[in-house]
Design a protein around this ligand. Structure first.
Ligand code: NDP
Ligand code: 8X3
Length: 253
């Protein structure tokens, strides 16, 4: 019987790389996001490189409660087979001070990074807790530990991911379901483009330093889920060597 992993936000960055890393470990993959064509490209790539695994695609907006509900209902039977849930879909919008920010950006971040993660988890955990096995990997951030100017709301969503990871662990105690919170520093993905809305501004974020790659985080996810069943890696902070702390970066320019 195939072992399944469900990855939210697999159409790009860390999610895409995690699909590849878990395929290496023999997982069949349920890949989700909003961009269908991207997910199709990933599916084709996985089928070519890992012909033995199975794949499924679902497109929905995780920030829309009704769309998540529909997804959970339509795939109720499939979700019973999910052994690993990677709650990866997420984003930051803007770097303005709170007094100047666009409040719609706050809604998008909160609805995606907190509520989206919660709604998907609720549907999958129902099955995992019943079958008494499973592993939830939440992609938090160093922004979930340390706040920085212009990042207050994004940081708050990632602080929430840390709190939710702890809460899940407590509620699931005795079910064998493991919960891991991985907290990366700077990773070069589409994250900064989405946040700043401009490729040249996004490129500047990583100028003169060597950021993490999506693959670095993906390999860590794969390592966590492949530990023996009695071992739960609860939290991991991963910075690039060129970053000592949020905002403290070694640049060679
Ligand atoms: P990317 O922008 O490359 O990927 C984000 C993914 O999230 C995409 O696949 C996107 O899919 C999906 N997504 C965003 N909004 C929604 C939505 N409303 N519904 C469904 N899917 C959505 O960024 P990363 O790979 O870097 O980000 C992945 C996670 O890692 C995020 O949670 C981010 O906060 C976190 N992180 C990133 C860091 C970094 O420096 N890059 C550092 C620490 C944490 P689509 O657009 O197709 O819907
Ligand atoms: C992304 C890392 O430092 O840009 O979560 O907030 S940071």
């Amino acid at each position: 019987m195939a072992k399944w992993a469900l990855i939210t936000g697999a159409s790009s960055g860390i999610g895409w790389a995690t699909a590849e890393a878990l395929a290496e470990y023999g997982f069949s993959l349920f890949i989700t996001g909003r961009r269908f064509e991207r997910l199709q490209n990933l599916e084709n790539h996985l089928r070519t490189k890992f012909p033995r695994i199975e794949t499924k695609i679902a497109t929905f907006d995780i920030s829309d409660k009704d769309e998540v509900k529909q997804f959970l209902k339509a795939h109720y039977a499939d979700l019973a087979h999910v052994e690993v849930l990677v709650n990866n879909a997420g984003l930051a919008r803007g770097i303005e001070k709170m007094q100047d920010a666009n409040v719609d950006d706050w809604d998008v971040m909160i609805d995606t990074n907190i509520k989206g993660l919660l709604h998907v988890s609720r549907g999958v955990l129902e099955h995992m807790s019943k079958k008494k096995s499973g592993h939830v990997v939440n992609i938090g951030s160093v922004a979930g530990r340390w706040t920085y100017p212009g990042g207050g709301v994004y940081c708050a969503t990632k602080f929430a991911v840390r709190a939710l990871s702890e809460g899940m662990r407590m509620d699931l105690l005795g079910t064998n379901v493991r919960v891991t919170n991985i907290e990366p520093g700077m990773v070069n993905t589409e994250f900064s483009l989405v946040r700043l809305g401009d490729q040249s501004k996004a490129d500047k974020v990583y100028e003169g330093m060597t950021p993490l790659e999506a693959k670095d985080i993906a390999e860590t996810v794969a390592w966590c889920v492949s530990r023996p069943a009695h071992v739960n890696i609860q939290e991991l902070v991963i910075y690039p060597t060129d970053q000592a702390h949020v905002g403290i970066v070694n640049r060679r320019t």
